[in-house]
Design a protein around this ligand. Structure first.
Ligand code: CA
Length: 425
């Protein structure tokens, strides 16, 4: 099916800024509550939030096979389960409706009144009910840096890393939408000289710059997803801040890996940008050496060129951009991650979320966590207000941004924000 919605020459009759993350070629999906507190599924063009439940009721999706209440839900799980053909039909139809010159909705003021909201009138919700969340560890630079810092610089990458997309099962209940503050977590930390572990609020709260992809039903229990089909089951991506407490993590992670140092919160950007919308930004990932086993081997252009940025904003102060990275640095592609995830027959369901792992680039100004930027607290990261940070302090807001840009077309994710509040007594 053609992706007419991706046509870069298209313009919309809505007022949009030139540099918006959400031009008519984006058409992401999200869930929001209206000023009347009605929860609905929607999309966004420029600074307009568009109620897809209302559009559907008014007949604007006639001819597309949809259940009546598909958009009047508090999550996208059922819509995502409808599969790729339906996602494409809906994106293409929305694009037609808002295309410059199409008067059908443009000149129908009554309909516009119930379909269109300004972004500042609505409240974004979690877009999916995340059943299972898996976090990978797919940036070679990050894995090398962390291996050097936590273990041994001489053998920073463990032998399995270049063979397997390493991951662990995370906690989905604490995934929260952008704008939700978190409290500094409590936990145990490494014992001091007296042999007794420390206990209290984490002193080393950190962000991890990640993207996450959201799947549809990919396979039945016991079946595998072949690599050439893997992308068919990826609905779209969000920005993902995998908050981490490094002192809790350092004490608990042997031998079973991350646990409470990670599970206290993970923040996502609220609009799911479809894999279809990112089609123009395909690129090759890093060269894979050694060659992956046959079940993980795929062709060209399975990575995506998406610029990533993190800023720290202290309370009532200006922000400082502390890193610029790129999603293309992922050593293991999303297709490889999903294929590997199902190789043992584990079933992946609609609304499952797979984090990429921290995406660090090759240079010191492209590292995706404070752990790496401060080299475990050895260096300070300067802020514009004259202060500095090694890790995140109370009342700091972490702002993540992501966008792809090529030949004048920009497809973005908006922001993924989270403020760290003091620990609760
Ligand atoms: Ca992570």
């Amino acid at each position: 099916m053609p992706l007419t919605a991706n046509d870069p020459s298209r313009k919309t009759w809505l007022d949009t800024l030139v540099n918006t993350d959400f031009p008519i070629q984006n058409i992401p999906f999200g869930v929001f509550s209206t000023p009347d507190d009605i929860i609905t599924i929607g999309t966004r063009i420029g600074d307009y939030a568009i109620d897809l439940g209302a559009l559907h009721q008014l007949g604007y999706f006639d001819g597309i096979d949809l259940s009546d209440d598909i958009f009047m839900q508090d999550s996208l799980n059922n819509f995502i389960a409808d599969g790729r053909k339906t996602w494409r039909l809906i994106r293409n139809r929305i694009s037609e409706l808002f295309l410059e010159g199409n008067s059908k909705l443009r000149d129908h003021q009554e309909h516009r009144n119930v379909v269109l909201f300004m972004m500042n009138e609505i409240k974004m919700q979690l877009p999916v009910d995340v059943g299972d969340y898996t976090d990978f560890y797919a940036s070679k630079e990050h894995a090398t840096n962390v291996g050097s810092l936590f273990r041994d610089p001489e053998n920073a990458l463990l032998p399995n890393w270049l063979r397997i997309p390493i991951g662990y099962h995370g906690r989905s209940s604490s995934i929260i939408p952008s704008g939700t503050p978190i409290h500094r977590p409590y936990g145990q930390t490494k014992p001091g000289d007296n042999g007794i572990p420390g206990f209290g609020p984490s002193k080393l709260v950190d962000f991890e710059l990640e993207m996450a992809f959201i799947t549809t039903d990919a396979n039945q229990l016991g079946k595998r997803v072949p690599i050439e089909k893997a992308e068919d089951y990826i609905f779209g991506l969000v920005l993902f801040n995998d908050w981490s407490a490094r002192d809790i993590q350092a004490w608990e992670y042997v031998p079973l890996g991350p646990f409470l140092g990670k599970s206290f919160a993970s923040t996502i950007s609220p609009w799911i940008v479809t894999l279809d919308a990112l089609e123009p930004f395909r690129t090759n990932g890093p060269k894979q050496d050694p060659t992956p086993l046959p079940y993980l081997k795929h062709g060209e252009n399975k990575n995506f060129d998406i610029k990533l940025q993190v800023a720290i904003q202290p309370e009532n102060d200006e922000e400082t951009v502390v890193t610029n990275s790129n999603f293309k640095y992922m050593y293991w592609s999303m297709a490889q991650q999903l294929t590997h995830h199902t190789v043992n027959g584990c079933n992946v369901r609609s609304g499952d979320m797979m984090g990429s792992g921290t995406i660090s680039g090759p240079t010191k100004d492209s590292y995706g966590s404070m752990l790496e930027l401060s080299w475990r607290g050895q260096n300070s990261v300067p802020l514009k207000n004259g202060k500095e940070r090694k890790f995140i302090q109370d009342n700091d807001t972490i702002v993540m941004r992501a966008f792809a840009e090529k030949n004048g077309l920009r497809i973005g994710f908006g922001e993924c924000n989270g403020k760290v509040l003091a620990a609760i007594d």
